[in-house]
Design a protein around this ligand. Structure first.
Ligand SMILES: [Zn+2]
Length: 259
């Protein structure tokens, strides 16, 4: 047990060990016991490091109350739909919905086609991971590139949202891209900037790729998506093995003889 000041609500008391990405996700990226139960595959994009490690990114950071709020509104519902060794409920959900747009690479869904609680949980989860990455109390864990993505006023708004005082963060636009390639779902990637010229972060949790764009001035194509479909959250599906990011990982595994 450790006493201190909670990173979110700023109250002093007992501070819990918090995880940057959900602890429950790590056991799903570990090899299945029938395949030896080897260490999980973790990707640290900002430092260009990929590899198998048992090291979880944790720190004494939040009070018990804020931890349980994060769990109740984000992690718990999202953990029910991410990919496991056995199934991928989120992909099943999308496969039962008619996309509003289909291109060769991607299907597009509006968040109001999802159950309202699920859409809110996906949004809350994404915002909570982004907040953690920016405010994380340690600097040696590969999320340094996230610092400064949001300005002081935007961080204040994010905090108010996470504490339940406002319902959305106006300057954030979140795209959840659900992976359709079953070999690529067992992966976690730490939040990192994904384009130098854009205020945006990306992270992967078990087949769910969250792309978080920061306004208020969005690039034209993002603003078009917002005005056409939804100002806060859009859901797409695509084959992540065809992304540039996947190619890099495959190359790494190959070079290092990791099967
Ligand atoms: Zn707290």
């Amino acid at each position: 047990m450790k006493a201190g000041i909670c990173g979110l609500c700023k109250k002093s008391g007992i501070i819990k060990k918090s995880h940057l990405l959900p602890k429950s996700a790590y056991k799903q990226v570990r090899d299945h016991p029938s395949e030896g139960g080897g260490s999980p595959m973790i990707v640290d994009m900002a430092r260009n490091k990929f590899g198998k490690t048992d090291k979880q990114v944790d720190a004494h950071f939040l009070c018990g109350n804020c931890e349980s709020v994060f769990s109740k509104f984000g992690e718990a519902p999202v953990s029910k739909i991410w990919a496991t060794h056995f199934d991928f409920p989120m992909l099943d959900i999308l496969n039962k919905i008619t996309p509003i747009s289909i291109s060769t690479k991607r299907k597009l869904y509006k968040s109001d086609q999802l159950d309202g609680d699920l859409a809110r949980a996906l949004y809350y989860f994404a915002v909570s991971v982004v907040w953690r990455a920016i405010e994380w109390p340690r600097t040696n864990v590969g999320v340094v590139s996230c610092k400064g993505v949001l300005n002081v006023d935007q961080m204040r708004e994010v905090t108010q949202f996470l504490l339940g005082n406002i319902s959305v963060v106006d300057d954030l636009f979140i795209v959840l891209d659900v992976n359709t390639c079953s070999e690529m779902t067992g992966m976690l990637s730490m939040p990192a900037r994904f384009a130098a010229d854009l205020e945006s972060l990306l992270f992967d949790v078990l087949g769910l790729r969250f792309m978080v764009f920061v306004g208020p001035g969005f690039p034209l194509e993002i603003e078009t998506l917002r005005t056409t479909y939804d100002r806060n959250l859009l859901v797409t599906s695509s084959d992540h093995s065809e992304s540039r990011f996947a190619m890099q990982i495959a190359k790494y595994l190959n070079e290092n003889n990791i099967q």
